[in-house]
Design a protein. Structure first.
Length: 382
C-alpha cells in the first residue's frame, strides 16, 4: 500500500530511519479520523489541536475560546462543573463565600412571573402551587442572605419542597444575571432537587366505597357529585376536571392536530366527547369521554369555579374517597374492559402511548366505538 520494501518498513517502525513527510501523507490516506484520534492520545492530541505548544506551554486564548463554546452545551457544561465541584470544592467555597454574600432572598412579582412563564423545563401552572411556594419561601428564606449555613439548612430541612423553591430562586437569579454561571452550576449541584421514590403502592379501592361516595354526594352536594361522576366516567385528573368545567365552551371551534377543525363537544348516540386540548401544563389532557346524563350536569355547572382544596376538605370530613381515587378506579376498569392502549388514550397518557397522528385518528375512532362498553361496566358496578 505504501510502495516501500519490508526492510524499509522495519527500519521506520524501529526508529532507525526518520519517516519522510511524503510517506506520512500516504499513511494518512489509509487512516480514518477516528483511528488517527486513537493514535494521538492525551497530550499529543492537544498538541495537534493547538492547546499545547511545542515547548509544553498552554495556549490560553484557545483554552478560553473552548470554554466559551463548551458552556453552550448543556451536557459538557454539567460535566465540567461536576468535575470542578468534586476536585476543587474548598476553593469554590472560599470564592463563593465572598461573591454570593450580597445575594438576598426576596419574593417579588417578577419572581412569581418567572415561576409561571419563564422558568426552564417545567413551569408552575397552578396558583395553589405558587401560593404554597410563597408560604414556604416567606417562612424560611425571605430576607436571608446566601451562605453556606443557609445551604446546609435547606439541604437538611425535613420539607424537601424547600429545596425546589431554593433552586427555582437560584435559577431566577441566574436568569436575571445576578449570579455568575459557575455559582449557578455549583449551587444546583450541592442543593439537589426533591427526590421521588417510585415504589409500588397499593390503592385498595372497593366498589362499595365508590358507590357510597357517589351516593352521598348525589344526595347532599350535586356540584361535587357532578365532578366525581365526570372524573369516574372520563378518568381525568381533578385539576383538569375543574379546569374543563370552569372553561366550559361546547360550541367553540378548535383545531385539533391531525384532525383539523372541530367543535369542542361532539355528542354521539350513547355518550359525548369533549376536546380539552390542555398542552400548556406538565400533564396533558386531550379528549374526555362521558355519558349523556353527565353532559346534562356539566351544562348546568359549566362556567363555575370550584376549589380543589374545598372539595378535599368536604370529603375528608365525611370519610368519603378523595378525588384522586376516581381516576385510579377508572384506570383499572378501563384496562380490564378496553385494554391498555385505549385506556392510555382515554386518560391522555400520551407519554406511554407514543403514537403518530394517523394512529391518533385511528384510536379516536376506536374509542368512540368501544367507550360504551366501559360505561356499561361502570354503571353496573356503581
Amino acid at each position: 500500500m505504501l510502495g516501500i520494501s519490508s526492510s524499509s518498513l522495519h527500519r521506520y517502525l524501529k526508529g532507525v530511519r526518520r519517516i519522510p513527510d511524503s510517506l506520512t501523507r500516504k499513511m494518512l490516506q489509509h487512516l480514518s479520523e477516528e483511528e488517527l484520534m486513537e493514535i494521538l492520545l492525551g497530550g499529543e492530541k492537544l498538541k495537534v489541536l493547538g492547546f499545547i505548544r511545542e515547548d509544553g506551554s498552554i495556549d490560553y486564548s484557545m483554552a478560553v475560546e473552548f470554554l466559551k463554546i463548551a458552556f453552550q452545551d448543556e451536557y459538557l457544561r454539567s460535566l465540567i462543573l461536576d468535575f470542578v465541584v468534586k476536585e476543587y470544592r474548598e476553593d469554590l467555597k472560599k470564592m463563593l463565600g465572598i461573591s454570593l454574600s450580597a445575594v438576598e432572598f426576596r419574593w417579588s412579582p417578577s419572581f412569581e412571573e418567572f415561576l409561571m412563564h419563564r422558568k426552564r423545563r417545567r413551569k408552575v401552572s397552578s396558583m395553589e402551587t405558587v401560593n404554597y411556594y410563597r408560604g414556604l419561601f416567606m417562612r424560611h428564606l425571605e430576607g436571608r442572605r446566601l451562605s453556606m449555613s443557609l445551604i446546609d439548612e435547606v439541604v437538611n430541612h425535613p420539607n424537601k419542597w424547600l429545596r425546589n423553591i431554593f433552586r427555582h430562586y437560584i435559577q431566577y437569579l441566574y436568569h436575571r444575571r445576578l449570579i455568575p454561571p459557575e455559582a449557578y452550576g455549583w449551587l444546583t449541584l450541592v442543593v439537589p432537587s426533591r427526590s421521588y421514590k417510585m415504589e409500588p403502592r397499593p390503592y385498595p379501592i372497593r366498589d362499595e366505597d365508590v358507590r357510597r361516595t357517589l351516593q352521598h354526594l348525589k344526595e347532599n352536594h350535586e356540584a361535587y357529585y357532578t365532578i366525581y361522576r365526570f372524573m369516574l366516567e372520563s378518568g381525568v385528573r381533578i385539576v383538569h376536571a375543574l379546569r374543563i368545567i370552569r372553561s366550559w365552551n361546547p360550541e367553540e371551534e378548535v383545531e385539533v392536530p391531525g384532525l383539523g377543525f372541530t367543535r369542542r363537544l361532539i355528542v354521539l348516540d350513547t355518550h359525548a366527547r369533549y376536546y380539552a386540548g390542555f398542552r400548556d401544563v406538565v400533564k396533558r389532557c386531550e379528549w374526555v369521554y362521558f355519558s349523556l346524563e353527565t353532559l346534562k350536569l356539566l351544562e348546568k355547572y359549566g362556567g363555575r369555579k370550584f376549589s380543589r382544596r374545598s372539595i378535599y376538605k368536604y370529603v375528608s370530613r365525611r370519610g368519603l374517597l378523595h378525588p384522586k381515587y376516581m381516576r385510579k378506579y377508572s384506570w383499572r376498569i378501563m384496562v380490564k374492559t378496553l385494554g391498555r392502549e385505549l385506556a392510555r388514550f382515554l386518560q391522555s397518557r400520551f407519554g406511554e402511548l407514543k403514537i403518530s397522528e394517523l394512529r391518533y385518528e385511528d384510536l379516536l375512532g376506536e374509542a368512540d366505538e368501544a367507550y360504551p362498553k366501559y360505561l356499561n361496566v361502570v354503571k353496573a358496578l356503581v
